[in-house]
Design a binder for this molecule. Structure first.
Ligand code: SF4
Length: 348
């Protein structure tokens, strides 16, 4: 008997409709087994306004909890099993530096709209809202980038340069219309020497999990699994995406696995994204198709959430009401604005 799982199940029964557990697809199977709602960051954000439960427990990294708390209704509280789980990419854009760079661009005369990937801190989302921009996820980055170009003369996409390049490729924005900003701890390095008048400016961040996939991994997969189909997440480098058969968000990759399982019985799909999800898809479609990870890739931050920590947060809710995630008042309105702009543009 798994006592941790049983104890979680008992609390879920006790709290009933007062509790909703949400989990990002990169969580491990033991945690996912307890989730009432699973999704990528867009799906999780979309679902929050429709949740009736007073207590929302979010199994994911910190920014996902912040987004849920922003979109939660009055009286609802959001709890994280591991508040120290933080997206490595979101840490690549400290608020002080982001503000400094936007100020430098404005001082240089640029009419520029910020587009912040969901994987950013609340403070960066608030800054984005303040500057008239919006948030996007990998599932809607193309739509949101097109929207951002309608708002101003140029766009700064923050902080994932790889996603920025991949979306630009899809929208037909050429390499010489883009520029990856050169930044140090004080702001833009020698602004006058950088082509800051380009249409698309990219913050020099990346997901260290997806960025570790290399073109030779794709070549190795093609040699190892002749005839396989290869799909990858757009946080991978553009050189990797160029060699794949398909690319898309986490929800796209899940649908792609289901499509291959249904239409290509006996086929092989190699997926370049976080491995917990790939292994789960392999299990789900076993017998219909073979699914393999492009390479070993576990997000250490997502892995900080465990079944034991989930139980501990639930016990805290039952005992003392738990410690809900607090949103600083000054960030609330501008950050919410940047998120709701995305939901409005993309349809709730
Ligand atoms: S996989 Fe990458 S983008 Fe996702 S939470 Fe981990 S570090 Fe952040």
């Amino acid at each position: 008997m798994n006592t941790t799982a049983d104890a979680i199940a008992a609390i879920k029964t006790k709290l009933g409709r007062d509790l909703c557990i949400m989990g990002h697809h990169y969580q491990n199977d033991a945690v996912m087994a307890h989730c009432d709602i699973s999704g990528d960051s867009l799906e999780l954000a979309r679902r929050v306004p429709r949740i009736d439960a007073a207590r929302i427990v979010l199994c994911g990294v910190y920014f996902m909890g912040e987004s849920a708390a922003l979109l939660a209704r009055e009286g609802q509280t959001v709890h994280l099993p591991e508040p120290d789980a933080d997206c490595l990419m979101s840490a690549m854009i400290p608020i002080r530096l982001a503000r400094r760079v936007l100020e430098q661009l404005a001082l240089g005369g640029r009419d520029i709209v910020p587009l912040a990937y969901a994987n950013t801190s609340l403070a960066v989302k608030a800054l984005t809202g303040e500057y008239g921009g919006a948030v996007c996820t990998s599932a809607n980055a193309e739509t949101m980038l097109a929207w951002a170009f309608q708002q101003g003369k140029g766009v700064i996409f923050m902080p994932d340069k790889n996603l920025g390049h991949n979306i630009a490729n899809r929208l037909g924005i050429s390499e010489n219309e883009r520029h990856v900003l050169r930044i140090d701890g004080r702001g833009l390095i020698e602004p006058a020497s950088q082509p800051l008048d380009r249409k698309l400016l990219l913050w020099p961040g990346a997901c260290s999990i997806h960025a570790r996939f290399r073109p030779e991994f794709v070549e190795r997969a093609r040699a190892g699994y002749p005839g396989c189909r290869i799909a990858a997440h757009p946080e991978c480098r553009q050189e990797v995406i160029a060699l794949c058969d398909a690319a898309g968000s986490t929800s796209f990759l899940i649908k792609e696995a289901a499509r291959v399982a249904e239409s290509d019985s006996g086929g092989t799909l190699v997926i370049g994204t976080e491995e917990n999800l790939v292994r789960r898809l392999a299990k789900r479609h076993r017998g219909k198709c073979s699914i393999f990870p492009l390479s070993h890739a576990i997000c250490p931050e997502m892995s900080k959430v465990t079944e034991e920590k989930l139980l501990a947060v639930l016990e805290g809710i039952v005992g003392r009401g738990g410690e809900p995630l607090e949103i600083p008042e000054n960030f609330f309105e501008p950050a919410r604005l940047s998120l709701t702009r995305m939901l409005e543009v993309c349809g709730k």
